[in-house]
Write a protein that binds this ligand. Structure first.
Ligand code: HEC
Length: 129
């Protein structure tokens, strides 16, 4: 958690949002019967969307924005094209992925022919090595 804290301190959201504003949804509810409805926060602490308890539904927060080159639907076998995919951490106040050093994103881009067979493929890993 100390690593995540340091990630947040170095992040653009540092002066704007804190752990609570992103991870602990504000709700109005009565926690103690008879004491009325008050503003408080949920404690599920959603993040990656991987559930921590089998009794709690996993909720993933939006973290990355994808920017991809536009493409034609099909290309002739002699055509060539340039494709760029940019993944930008625009919404998380820490690195993506964060929290668990074993988590990573596997980005796979495949080019298929008309029979749906892969003719070229590239894999990129995003996460701690
Ligand atoms: C601007 C919003 C934002 C702020 C501020 C923020 N986070 Fe996050 N955090 C996210 C998002 C979005 C993810 C999901 C990224 C991912 O897949 O790891 C995430 C992921 C995490 C994870 C991994 C969760 C999991 O399910 O494995 C942890 C732990 C975490 N944050 C802790 C913190 C702590 C502690 C702070 C404050 C020091 C903080 N975050 C501040 C948005 C935020």
């Amino acid at each position: 958690m100390l690593t995540v804290y340091n990630e947040w301190k170095a992040d653009l959201f540092y002066n704007e949002k804190n752990c609570i504003s992103c991870h602990m949804e504000t709700v109005e509810r009565e926690i103690v019967p008879g004491y009325g409805i008050k503003k408080n926060h949920r404690h599920y602490f959603p993040g990656s969307g991987i559930s921590k308890f089998d009794t709690v539904e996993a909720v993933g927060l939006k973290d990355i924005e994808f920017y991809a080159s536009s493409m034609q639907k099909t290309y002739a076998s002699i055509d060539s094209f340039y494709y760029e995919l940019i993944l930008k951490n625009e919404y998380a106040g820490n690195k993506v992925p964060s929290g668990d050093p074993e988590r990573f994103y596997n980005i796979r881009i495949a080019v298929k022919d008309e029979t749906d067979s892969i003719i070229q493929q590239t894999n990129r890993r995003m996460g701690e090595e």
